[in-house]
Design a binder for this molecule. Structure first.
Ligand SMILES: [Ca+2]
Length: 128
């Protein structure tokens, strides 16, 4: 692998971890979801299975969501993209150690997909 990065935005705030490394943090103030965040995760990825865990907080009643894209460029130039989809699972009981403890996700429901990037009510967040 040559390079890997993540780009993500959460309504209203997130803690985004790759293999127990916290790589993106946003706070709920001032509609921070309007600015998607980007981070390099090359050194956090490993061959084989990798774990992406995101703690998302909806700071007030209303819309909530997460959108993310992982882009992995291999040494031969091949590009692999993973985006948030109904293949992702969720729980409303993250509990202590959500980032590091062993999780049994088999019974967790799939996330609900609201739409493609740009869907209402968010529109297209700018990348920072
Ligand atoms: Ca919200």
């Amino acid at each position: 692998m040559k390079r890997a990065e993540v780009c993500a935005s959460a309504d209203d705030a997130m803690r985004f971890a790759i293999n127990t490394h916290l790589r993106l943090i946003t706070e709920p103030a001032n509609d921070s979801w309007r600015q998607a965040r980007k981070a390099e995760i090359t050194s956090e990825l490993k061959p084989g299975r990798n774990e992406v865990r995101v703690l998302v907080e909806n700071a007030k009643p209303g819309d909530a969501g997460l959108i993310a894209k992982l882009v992995i460029t291999m040494e031969d130039g091949q590009v692999i993209r993973h985006v948030t989809s109904d293949a992702w699972k969720s729980t409303d009981q993250p509990g202590d150690g959500w980032m590091t403890r062993s999780l049994k996700t088999a019974s967790w429901p799939a996330v609900r997909v609201v739409g493609e990037f740009g869907a209402k009510p968010w529109g297209q967040a700018a990348v920072r």
